[in-house]
Design a protein. Structure first.
Lengths: 415, 185
């Protein structure tokens, strides 16, 4: 029989079998001397951390971390509002969760050759950009020279955007929606930050932001065009549970830009738990959140907006909410954008109206047993104003019992 | 170790103003360095730090002084979460591949701060003591601590018996403990 000291070392190093672990933990409960021994060994074991090369976290991490101590906003006015009450009365979960594929089209369906080329060119460009901004890249360790050179040597994404975005009109045509989702969800913010990187005006936190945006953009494009990267798309369709922490990490304290209007995101009430079961479903969720963020970020009076993920307030679903204090004139714009009557919409709001129609399209994929009109009437998604605060939201079916399977994390490309 | 101890945990538990900021300023650097060493990925290391701080803030009762020093507990959690991520990558160490665990990278984002100055003596002393260990002991400790391999995995990797792996880790740790005790006394 091994000594208690050896068992404690094995316990600390994760080398006990599950049965041995249970036995040792029982010993810990009953023996003061074993607890003292383990605490002592744990101190020695932890001192090995000092062998790590000394590195300082980005100062931005401090502010993001300390956001934890801020009291989340009081959402009761919103959660008790007529809109959410209507959702409570009408919500029913779909017969099956979104598995991907419903909104996707083939690139051959894009008739304009230059647009089709642009899709492939942008995707390949982003595939090359991703490793240059990943957590083990030289840019992530403060040397931005390779990244800057890469961006300067390649056509700016803003140029690609310029080619694609004229004209954009709200539509439920699947080809146009796939194009618009690829153009308007995460790409504008990504183009803004890569432009900054190209001009050398960049910090670590912005490199990190480019990483998340680039990863999401690739995933959204794959989900939009089924033949763009079939091998990776097949991976995206596997069961892989995505937790709300992935959204918190990405959005907490993030600067977000939509065509050069920027806002600072913060995370308010965020439940902890799974939110989607596959990358393709997470791409829908991500895209919807980007649409809400794009609509609210540049209209916030104070320059900031909050994202909330609420579970249990409406049984069976998770509410994703983006809200900010918004001037009444700008709020009127959002009323026009969210209106079913788009004939009188001013041209300058056409991109915003496209974002809203993208949300509508996604909701109809998430809840295929309802029409978009029914979903809007029942407040599965919507916009409302309460005491100077504008709220945009969408509902998504909660995960009651997560599939056993892989768990998504940052380092896996495309997740 | 930096001067982080039970009082910091008590302040967090009691929701004292600035308690999380004080803990962050005193200890995030050590936690981040460890997470980065294990993961080799800055964004993932930042995520681990955010996760650990969120855990400490939301569930301060997870620690109790009976578990030892608060600083040690924080490092154990940081390491475990980092190792979990490494394991989820399903990277396999190929037998016979040269083993170089501790990094030599240059972090241009790294700055010398007050925390670093107070820790540097102990750090350099430990590094020196570690270098003086026989190579076979260093190797198993590195694989265990920074790669998160368990004894069985190390024995397979290095083609050693389980008993040899265990004794090398134990002997190496005992030598380091003696060296650190001498420094602290």
């Amino acid at each position: 029989m091994e000594s208690t000291r050896q068992q404690a070392i094995d316990y600390l190093t994760g080398s006990l079998s599950s049965q041995e672990r249970v036995t040792f933990e029982s010993k810990l409960e009953n023996s003061e001397s074993t607890r003292t021994l383990l605490a002592d060994l744990s101190d020695d074991w932890s001192s090995l951390a000092l062998l790590s090369q000394s590195s300082s976290p980005d100062p931005d991490l401090r502010s993001r971390t300390l956001m934890l101590t801020q009291e989340p906003p009081d959402l009761d006015p919103f959660l008790c509002s007529d809109g959410v009450e209507r959702l409570r009365q009408n919500y029913s979960k779909p017969a099956r969760r979104y598995l991907g594929g419903d909104g996707t089209v083939g690139t051959s369906e894009v008739k304009d050759i230059s647009l089709k080329d642009g899709i492939f060119r942008t995707y390949e460009h982003l595939l090359r950009l991703l490793p240059m901004v990943s957590g083990d890249s030289s840019a992530a360790f403060g040397d931005f020279s390779d990244l800057q050179k890469f961006i300067c040597d390649n056509l700016p994404l803003e140029n690609e955007l310029g080619k694609w975005t004229d004209p954009l009109l709200p539509t439920q045509d699947p080809v146009a929606q796939s194009l618009q989702r690829s153009l308007l969800a995460s790409l504008p913010s990504l183009a803004h930050f890569t432009d900054l990187a190209g001009s050398g005006k960049i910090s670590l936190s912005e490199v990190r932001r480019i990483f998340y945006l680039c990863r999401d953009q690739l995933k959204i494009m794959r989900a939009s065009f089924q033949d763009l990267d079939p091998q990776q798309l097949a991976e995206d369709e596997l069961v892989r549970v995505h937790g709300t922490h992935l959204l918190r990490q990405k959005w907490s304290g993030a600067r977000h830009s939509f065509f050069n209007q920027a806002g600072l995101a913060s995370c308010g009430n965020f439940f902890e738990g799974p939110i989607s079961e596959r990358c393709v479903e997470f791409a829908e969720y991500d895209s919807n959140l980007y649409c809400l963020a794009n609509l609210i970020a540049n209209r916030s009076s104070a320059g900031g907006f909050q994202i909330e993920l609420i579970k249990d307030s409406v049984p069976g679903c998770v509410l994703a909410i983006a809200h900010a204090e918004v001037d009444s004139k700008l709020d009127e714009e959002l009323n026009a954008v969210a209106s079913p009557n788009l004939s009188s919409l001013p041209g300058v709001l056409s991109k915003d109206a496209c974002l809203w129609s993208l949300l509508q399209g996604s909701m109809s994929r998430g809840f295929p047993n309802h029409s978009v009109g029914e979903l809007a009437d029942a407040s599965f998604f919507g916009k409302q104003r309460l005491k100077g605060e504008t709220y945009l939201w969408f509902a998504w079916p909660e995960i009651e019992n997560a599939h056993s399977g892989a768990v998504a994390s940052t380092e896996k490309p495309g997740q | 170790m930096p001067l982080i101890d039970t009082i910091h945990w008590e302040n967090i538990r009691d929701r004292s103003p600035n308690s999380l900021a004080e803990l962050y300023d005193g200890f995030a650097g050590a936690m981040f360095s460890l997470a980065l060493e294990v993961l080799g990925d800055r964004w993932e290391a930042e995520e681990v730090i955010q996760d650990v701080f969120a855990y400490v803030w939301k569930k301060p009762e997870s620690f109790s002084p009976a578990k030892g020093k608060f600083s040690s507990w924080l490092l154990v959690i940081t390491r475990n979460r980092s190792i979990d991520r490494v394991r989820s990558r399903k990277r396999k160490v190929v037998s016979g591949e040269p083993i170089e665990v501790l990094s030599n990278r240059q972090d241009l984002g790294s700055k010398d701060g007050a925390e670093e100055a107070s820790r540097s003596d102990e750090r350099s002393f430990l590094r020196s003591a570690f270098k003086q260990l026989p190579e076979d002991q260093r190797e198993v400790i590195e694989l265990s601590y920074f790669r998160g391999l368990n004894h069985l995995e190390i024995s397979e990797q290095l083609q050693l018996s389980l008993g040899t792996v265990k004794s090398r880790i134990r002997l190496g740790m005992e030598k380091l403990k003696r060296a650190l005790s001498n420094l602290r006394s």
